[in-house]
Write a protein that binds this ligand. Structure first.
Ligand code: HEC
Ligand code: HEC
Ligand code: HEC
Ligand code: HEC
Ligand code: HEC
Ligand code: HEC
Ligand code: HEC
Ligand code: HEC
Ligand code: HEC
Length: 436
């Protein structure tokens, strides 16, 4: 391997230059630039020890001029002569590799210190450690459970990226995979009393499909419902708050409904009771009503007021849906025949808006309010239908008109033909006379 030596020295030189930028530790006077860094140069020389150095190439800490000793402690100016102990000297603050249970404090040393962090990025929050301590992960780690997630399980150790870097394991579209490493591994999680189906269910949910298939970052990843650092199942009363951050109108309607109090009394989570949590699907109108797919019937029986309400709400929504379908089909026929239907299409799209609002309104469980909305939608759908009918009548009228004018033109043409023939005969006769 002698031939590799020159390459290695070049690598060592360049890496040293990259990683020896000013070591802006808490020291008031940062050392001058490009000072030799013994940690980097010595570690690069040994294949087994070089991995952390190489992995740091894109690290956000390295980009900010931080290096090995800022995290691990020790003296990067000592040991250049090959004396490892002089550099990795506990009396010079060398910490070494932290125990798993120590990692949050190891990272939190800087990240919980607002004054220190402000020098680099005043907008970066400094609450990660405190929040982490309140999470199930943090609480169990404090009791010595080393299988929970610590900072490095979600962020990595060497090669940490900014959270908004799309390659980061905590970037929205990568989060489910990051959590899946443990939460979808039934062997790893065997000793715990919780399911390991969250990720799979999530991937097939409306939210998972929107985020992972369509890259729609408005849809929640695991951390949007569980918190970034305070990962805990949202407690029953806070689930609606979690969903309500994005589904503001549904949440407001629910607040005004009789379910608000009834669910609270029975400790039922607000949105989750009807929609689930990880496997949320596109809701169907048939979840209302009193048919086989009704969810209302899980708690309500025939004879109750709620039963009547469920039936009536389904009828309102379904009638509006059907009216829109009829109007739309008719208008499409007119459009295909080449008729002008812009206004009718506007009315249909208005009616659709009322249908969307009606589906949100059902959460209030108020028959009167829903009826008001669905009637407005119905009016628009009927308007569109009437416009479609008018367009088709106009088309028929034009066709009849066309037939009449065709007959007229034929008669005219025959008349013209006869007239020409008559003229022709006359000229022939005159020519004969002249010829004589
Ligand atoms: C002269 C060579 C040399 C220098 C300089 C050096 N190291 Fe090391 N380092 C080693 C060797 C060899 C090992 C593996 C053996 C051991 O654990 O002591 C090691 C191991 C480590 C480990 C892992 C320890 C463990 O318990 O597994 C860390 C962390 C580390 N070095 C950090 C540093 C830091 C930070 C600096 C600079 C302040 C530094 N090293 C400077 C040679 C060096
Ligand atoms: C952002 C803080 C941070 C920086 C900067 C950092 N390390 Fe580490 N390092 C850690 C943590 C945390 C661990 C423990 C990792 C674990 O348990 O997953 C670790 C582990 C190690 C280990 C043990 C083996 C391994 O890979 O887990 C070595 C060796 C090491 N670091 C060397 C270095 C060297 C050399 C540098 C400079 C190029 C460096 N580290 C920079 C945080 C850091
Ligand atoms: C020596 C102090 C220090 C230590 C120790 C430290 N960091 Fe950092 N960290 C910083 C600084 C400074 C930044 C750069 C802030 C910036 O530019 O946004 C940073 C940035 C980050 C970022 C990117 C934040 C963003 O902008 O999205 C993450 C993630 C991060 N650190 C995680 C960790 C983890 C995990 C550990 C422990 C393994 C750790 N840090 C240890 C100082 C430190
Ligand atoms: C269970 C996974 C997980 C653990 C454990 C974790 N983080 Fe994070 N962290 C995240 C996620 C997810 C984000 C990104 C949030 C976003 O999209 O902005 C994040 C963001 C960050 C950021 C960027 C600023 C911010 O707060 O948004 C820093 C810095 C950070 N984490 C540091 C830490 C430190 C330090 C620890 C350990 C005390 C830690 N993280 C533990 C998942 C985790
Ligand atoms: C390193 C493995 C690991 C990773 C990565 C991890 N977790 Fe965990 N998590 C655990 C373990 C172990 C528990 C403890 C199980 C228990 O509470 O009984 C846990 C507990 C939880 C709990 C509490 C469960 C309960 O009801 O007790 C939630 C919520 C959670 N994790 C969410 C997440 C999210 C979200 C992510 C990704 C951002 C994540 N975890 C990443 C290992 C991990
Ligand atoms: C739309 C919000 C939402 C999203 C997204 C979400 N969760 Fe949950 N999660 C919940 C709710 C609500 C609970 C249950 C709280 C309860 O019933 O006590 C829960 C419970 C959990 C639990 C506790 C065990 C269980 O299954 O009840 C774990 C672990 C968990 N989620 C992990 C994850 C992971 C990993 C992801 C990403 C793949 C994720 N969650 C995505 C809302 C969400
Ligand atoms: C971070 C924002 C966010 C959070 C938090 C959130 N959602 Fe969503 N939700 C969305 C987005 C965006 C969509 C639309 C996805 C799509 O385009 O298909 C959606 C879609 C839905 C749908 C399907 C709507 C339809 O017409 O198909 C339901 C039901 C739903 N969410 C319920 C919930 C519940 C229940 C919770 C809480 C447990 C929740 N959401 C938490 C953003 C969020
Ligand atoms: C009593 C059961 C029930 C509860 C509780 C409930 N929903 Fe719904 N939700 C439904 C039904 C039924 C539909 C389907 C209506 C339709 O399509 O006709 C629906 C539809 C939706 C839709 C799609 C329609 C729209 O508004 O865009 C979203 C989003 C939604 N719900 C979110 C929530 C949120 C957020 C909560 C908690 C505040 C919640 N739901 C609580 C039964 C419920
Ligand atoms: C998880 C159980 C549960 C589900 C599912 C559920 N409800 Fe309820 N609902 C209740 C409880 C409990 C009450 C309060 C006690 C009562 O009046 O029965 C209530 C009350 C009501 C009321 C007020 C009744 C009154 O007398 O004033 C209406 C209306 C109602 N529900 C409609 C619905 C509709 C519509 C659905 C389906 C979309 C539905 N509920 C689904 C549990 C449920």
């Amino acid at each position: 391997m002698r031939w590799m030596k020159p390459f290695l020295s070049v690598l060592v030189m360049t890496m040293s230059l990259v990683l020896t930028k000013p070591i802006l530790s808490q020291a008031q006077n940062p050392p001058p630039r490009e000072q030799p860094n013994s940690c980097v140069s010595c570690h690069l020389e040994d294949e087994d020890l070089a991995e952390p150095v190489k992995a740091m190439a894109n690290d956000i800490h390295a980009k900010n001029g931080l290096s090995c000793a800022d995290c691990h402690g020790g003296d990067p100016t000592a040991g250049l002569d090959g004396d490892a102990d002089a550099a990795m000297d506990p009396t010079k603050g060398y910490i070494g590799v932290p125990d798993r249970t120590e990692i949050p404090r190891f990272c939190g040393r800087c990240h919980s210190d607002p004054e220190y962090m402000r020098q680099y990025n005043p907008r970066l929050p400094t609450d990660q450690l405190n929040r982490y301590k309140t999470s199930i992960h943090g609480k169990r780690l404090a009791r010595g459970d080393e299988k929970v997630a610590t900072c490095v399980d979600c962020h990595g150790n060497h090669g940490i990226l900014k959270a908004n870097d799309s390659r980061s394991p905590v970037y929205a579209t990568n989060v489910p995979k990051t959590c899946a490493r443990c939460h979808a591994d039934s062997d790893y999680m065997a000793e715990y009393d919780i399911p390991t189906t969250q990720v799979e269910e999530y991937e097939n949910s409306v939210h998972g499909q929107a985020l992972l298939k369509r890259g729609d970052t408005a849809a929640p990843a695991c951390n949007d419902c569980h918190g970034n650092h305070g990962a805990a199942p949202p407690a029953v009363p806070s689930v609606m708050y979690v969903c309500g951050q994005c589904h503001v109108n549904n949440s407001e309607m629910f607040q005004e409904s009789p379910h608000k109090e009834a669910f609270a009394e029975q400790d039922l989570p607000e949105c989750e009771t009807c929609h689930g949590n990880h496997g949320i699907k596109h809701p169907k109108d048939e979840m209302l009503g009193v048919g086989p797919e009704s969810i209302c019937l899980e708690c309500h029986d025939e004879g109750e007021k709620a039963y009547e309400v469920a039936a009536k709400m389904y009828v309102d929504i379904d009638s509006l849906k059907t009216a829109i379908f009829r109007a739309d089909s008719l208008v499409k026929i007119a459009e295909t025949a080449g008729m002008e239907v812009v206004d009718a299409k506007f009315s249909i799209s208005d009616a659709r808006q009322f249908l969307i609002k009606s589906r949100t309104m059902i959460h209030k469980l108020s028959v009167e309010d829903l009826e008001k909305l669905s009637k407005e939608g119905m009016k628009k759908a009927m308007e569109a239908y009437a416009m479609g009918v008018a367009a088709l009548e106009e088309l028929q009228f034009r066709r009849k008109g066309l037939a009449l004018s065709t007959i007229f033109i034929i008669i005219l043409a025959i008349g013209l033909y006869l007239k020409i023939r008559e003229l022709d005969q006359k000229t022939q006769f005159q020519e004969m006379e002249l010829g004589d």
